[in-house]
Write a protein that binds this ligand. Structure first.
Ligand code: FBP
Length: 547
């Protein structure tokens, strides 16, 4: 395989570990824990894994650990640093006993169920150290939630002599990891399950998990390109750039990129929902900023839009819900209608309120809302070109204002969507170190006989040597939520907090950023050079952790 010069040089990077993990390690147990909410219901569902203590690893004395084989799964969307979690896990178990083996299940949880795996040897691991991607074993979105899947998994785990399974995933995958841990514990199968917090979306975090891995690198990659666009924008001074940023639900990525690049506008979905804003309110807000800049002679700017926005606009949420139900119940009749009459058909069938909203949408977006459904029958919001929807509606509003003499500028838009561009970038130093530490910590949780824990590395704004490694019972992060009509135990998703320090910092500056051209150009991630350039954590983490 041909490698780039950076790949060759970067392979030699030795990720930094918390000092407590560099020698012999002992376990320090904390107090028993409670789930964040619905304690009674969660305890009942997880009798074997509820209430366990927090774990911290400290420097200790050598002990003998029996030989053990370990399995690993990458679950869900790619996030920079996955390969380092696996190399940290590999190095951890090999240090405990060189005879220990690591097996990777291929293409996500499906690999466990279908018995599709490969042994990850030192040669393979060395090829992937400090690289982006999940290609060492691939990833997948199969949900591990049925008993027959757990049993199929058990068959292969037993056959390979695997003592513990590490599931690297987001909130849903870690919820499933916890259910699996409970199941194997209840059955006395002797197989432990450990989770690792992954997702570029940054929405798997809480008091004990400071950040999910991949968020740092993905945001830095997007911010580099946003900065480049801003500089282009400020050079040509003729375009408004509408940039949609990945993040299925929460707006953490958009917010972090805004803090890094200081665009003219950034929409935060959680705020739109909290203020009960309509689509027209969002459009008016952007159009007003465009008009104000035009009045000062600036017919250019940048707008950041979170991918999940549409579902946070309360009225759009209602429209989507009615459309989902209506199309599910009338799919045959709908598909028999000629394409050019489908819009009118839907307008005639929806409730008056939703019909009016649907009719006001640009043609393309209305079509996307009625056509693209996922296997569960839901609208695939990530396919909706919100950046085009907003710029088109802003353009219309400005034209109307022009006719009324309220606006005197020129409005010309460019569109971008950044998502896949950042999910497999080579991990930043932060993610390379953080992920390696998470994987290494997972090996210690296994050696200590723990199950139903998530690997946790805290104090991450300090130098890596001072990071605190340990484990958090996954049940501690759970509450009960309605999913597909049923109450289910799930890990609470962390949305942007409007009273949190990152949002407050943004809110305090956004008016100035809208008027002035206050762009910041972060440049590309640096892998070699001074620590302040290479090792800085995200603004979100710095603001959240500032004491
Ligand atoms: P995870 O939650 O699995 O980490 O994935 C998040 C994400 O990257 C979202 O930002 C995005 O909406 C989604 O995956 C895209 O999914 P897919 O990779 O299936 O296109």
């Amino acid at each position: 395989m041909t490698k780039s010069a950076l790949q060759i040089a970067r392979a030699a990077y030795q990720p930094k570990l918390p000092k407590a993990l560099t020698g012999v390690v002992a376990v320090k147990e904390g107090e028993p824990t409670q789930s964040v909410a619905d304690q009674e219901a969660i305890e009942k569902l997880f009798p074997n894994t509820y209430g366990m203590p927090l774990i911290q690893f400290v420097e200790g004395q050598a002990q003998n650990v029996a030989e053990m084989n370990v399995g690993v799964i990458l679950s869900g969307g790619q996030a920079p640093g996955g390969h380092n979690v696996i190399s940290g896990l590999f190095d951890g178990i090999k240090k405990l006993n060189p005879n220990n083996k690591l097996y990777g299940f291929i293409l996500g949880p499906g690999g466990l169920v279908d018995h599709n795996y490969k042994e990850l040897t030192a040669d393979i691991i060395d090829e992937y150290r400090n690289t982006g991607g999940f290609d060492i074993i691939g990833s997948g979105r199969t949900k591990l939630e049925k008993e027959e899947q757990f049993e199929k998994g058990y068959e292969i785990l037993k056959e390979l002599g695997i003592k513990a399974l590490v599931i690297i995933g987001g909130d849903d995958s870690n919820t499933n990891a916890c259910v699996l841990a409970e199941y194997y514990a209840a059955k006395n199968y002797g197989i432990q399950v450990i989770g690792c917090p992954k997702t570029i979306d940054g929405d798997l975090k809480n008091e004990m998990i400071e950040t999910s891995f991949g968020f740092d690198t993905a945001c830095k990659t997007y911010s580099e390109v946003i900065g480049n666009i801003e500089r282009d924008c400020n050079s040509a001074r003729k375009y408004w750039h509408f940039i949609k940023l990945m993040g299925r639900s929460a707006s953490h990525i958009a917010l972090e990129c805004a803090l890094q690049t200081q665009p003219n506008i950034c929409i935060i979905s959680e705020e739109v929902e909290a203020n009960n804003m309509s689509l027209d309110d969002v459009v008016t807000y952007i159009a007003k900023a465009v008009a104000d800049r035009a009045a000062a002679g600036n017919n250019f700017g940048t707008v950041l839009i979170p991918e999940g926005l549409i579902e946070f606009i309360p009225a759009m949420k209602g429209l989507i819900a009615e459309l989902n139900d209506f199309l599910a119940a009338n799919s045959e009749e709908f598909s028999s209608i000629e394409a050019n009459k489908q819009r009118e058909y839907i307008i005639s069938k929806l409730s008056a309120e939703n019909s009016a909203i649907y009719a006001s949408l640009p043609e393309g977006v209305a079509r996307q809302l009625s056509l693209d459904r996922d296997p569960h029958g839901n609208v695939q919001v990530s396919l909706i070109e919100t950046e085009k929807l907003l710029s088109e509606m802003v353009g219309k509003k400005l034209a109307a204002w022009k006719a009324e003499g309220k606006y005197v500028g020129k409005f010309s838009a460019q569109h971008h969507f950044f998502g896949y561009e950042g999910r497999c970038a080579a991990p930043s130093n932060f993610d390379a170190d953080y992920c390696y530490s998470l994987g290494y910590t997972a090996s210690l949780l296994i050696a200590s006989g723990k199950t139903g824990y998530m690997s946790s590395v805290r104090n991450t704004t300090a130098p890596a040597a001072e990071w605190i490694a340990g484990g958090v019972p996954i049940t501690m992060m759970m509450n009960m939520e309605r999913r597909h009509g049923e109450m289910k135990p799930v890990i609470q998703k962390a949305l942007v907090k409007l009273d949190g320090a990152p949002f407050k910092k943004f809110a305090a500056n956004r008016e100035a950023w809208a008027k002035e051209t206050a762009y910041v150009y972060p440049g590309p991630i640096q892998y070699f050079g001074p620590s302040e350039v290479c090792d800085e954590p995200t603004k979100t983490l710095q603001l959240e952790q500032a004491k």
